[in-house]
Design a protein around this ligand. Structure first.
Ligand SMILES: [Cu+2]
Length: 175
């Protein structure tokens, strides 16, 4: 009986994960929180964000990024220069320390897709391939969140569930 309850609880947790999240493993690396933002029509570039954990005993490096949906993809870093946030291409690659975790975000390291072939629309998926020195190459996708989004909802999905509940209440009130 307890075993059954535990299984049911586990199923509930999985069902509660937001639709805008996935996780992938590549060798010793675990990649999570893969996201980007919707863009206005004709935007010349789009960012790409994800978190990479290295569970291995040797450092790895994210060296190359690419997407069939963009003319070009680069690794960038945001830095303060003369009091202004500016970005520049990363030289070499982004080191993922052994036992460490690196977050690509709008405030620091990020992927820059230059010349997206189509407008990025919220709720869609944007393909990307990531090449690491040790772990190799993986092709995956980024979840396209809203324009101005700060990142994916925390794992557990409570935010998404509350949002759904509110939507239901609105429908009742609309009678
Ligand atoms: Cu950039």
């Amino acid at each position: 009986m307890l075993r059954l309850l535990a299984a049911a609880a586990a199923a509930l947790v999985i069902a509660a994960l937001p639709a805008s999240a996935h996780e992938l493993k590549l060798g010793d690396l675990v990649i999570t929180d893969l996201w980007t933002r919707a863009t206005p029509a004709g935007a010349p570039a789009a960012g790409g964000y994800l978190t990479i954990a290295n569970n291995g005993t040797e450092q790895d490096m994210l060296r190359l990024v690419a997407s069939p949906e963009a003319a070009k993809a680069e690794l960038h870093i945001m830095q303060m220069k003369d009091g202004v946030m500016t970005m520049r291409p990363v030289e070499g690659g982004i080191v993922i320390p052994a036992g460490g975790k690196v977050e690509l975000s709008p405030d620091g390291y990020h992927i820059m897709f230059i010349g997206p072939k189509e407008q990025l629309k919220e709720g869609g998926k944007f393909p990307v391939s990531l090449t690491f020195t040790r772990a190799g190459t993986v092709s995956t996708f980024l979840h396209i969140l809203a324009i101005g989004a700060k990142g994916p909802a925390p794992m557990g999905g409570m935010g998404a569930m509350n949002h759904d509940a509110m939507g239901g209440m609105k429908m009742d009130n609309g009678q």
